[in-house]
Design a protein around this ligand. Sequence first.
Ligand SMILES: *Cc1c(COP(=O)(O)O)cnc(C)c1O
Length: 396
Amino acid sequence: MPDSKGRFGIHGGQYIPETLMNAVIELEEAYNHYKNDPEFNKELTELLNEYAGRPSNLYYAEKMTKDLGGAKIYLKREDLNHTGSHKINNVLGQALLAKKMGKTRLIAETGAGQHGVATATAAALFGMECVVFMGKVDCERQALNVYRMKLLGADVVPVTSGTATLKDAVSECMREWTTRIDDTHYCLGSVMGPHPFPTIVRDFQAVISRESKAQMLEKEGRLPDYVLACCGGGSNAIGSFYHYIEDKEVNLIGCEAAGRGIDTFETAATINTGKLGIFHGMKSYFCQDEYGQIAPVYSISAGLDYPGIGPEHANLHDTGRAQYVAVTDEEAVNAFEYLSRMEGIIPAIESAHAVAHAIKLAPTLSKDKIMVVTISGRGDKDCAAIARYRGEDINE
Ligand SMILES: *Cc1c(COP(=O)(O)O)cnc(C)c1O
């Protein structure tokens, strides 16, 4: 997967304007060349290890396991990476690819600012120009990350079209890319968009399951029974699943943001509430209104606040290979607080969605079952918002 047209079952593909076709073809050819180039892979591994701090730990959460009284729980600690999340895995891969392609400028979309910060970081490291498109509303909500990106040398362009949030930033990035493909690479932040992005981002994030599988075999001598990860566009989830897809005995569970509930309009649970559609260059499931327009989405977690899901997840759902559950704001906040107290690990509020499902699932399983939960990022960025959710106003 995918097939030669970039399709995962009926999903994926390249639904893009003619003006973007050349850029996408150039990218696909370059990627197909470099993905098998030993020199490229050696350089990337060195960057991941020496700069980003990989491999990330697979940590046995003993207190949590005992407290829940069921399955044995391991945490895959992507929160320990440089810049604080899994985003750096993909960004270093794409920045290196862009450099090999002779590009000198990176553009990226960002919602909460995590992918923008990671891209600005890689641009600083590689000495590249960097422009980050960010919805104006998000710029205001995430002022600290805007400052970080500027500190790292990036230009941040506030996007005012549409709802002035993440989906509009993606649209703006695609528009910008069509006007300037000679020196510019679009460093897309999740397993979405037109082929080959869902494949490229997946391959760069697959390091998560490549490591966790080897670590699990070393620690337990067998594969886990469950792998859980939160799911926005789906990059940390597909990275966490990828090397287990062929191992049919491993249950794969993506945890979507239900927001205030999947029976309300304030949700971002795409697979649980969305319909088939075409947007941002791909066929997949999207949250849509009664007219088929992309619906406004909501979650307490800015990183899961995207109205679509990557095409490979849509296909894993169709085939039943992976299961997608919805987790509410309230459950995620409870899990955020639980993991902080129980293990001394403050997870990103995105990751807390996976923790919340683990808290529900583990006690229903016997003690000889093993579960891996990906902690996609650290929660420092979320402390003020969670305090506010609990009615406490702290200064950011
Ligand atoms: C961006 C982000 C996500 C959501 O993106 P995916 O592509 O679904 O992984 C999840 N967790 C963290 C910490 C993030 O920064």
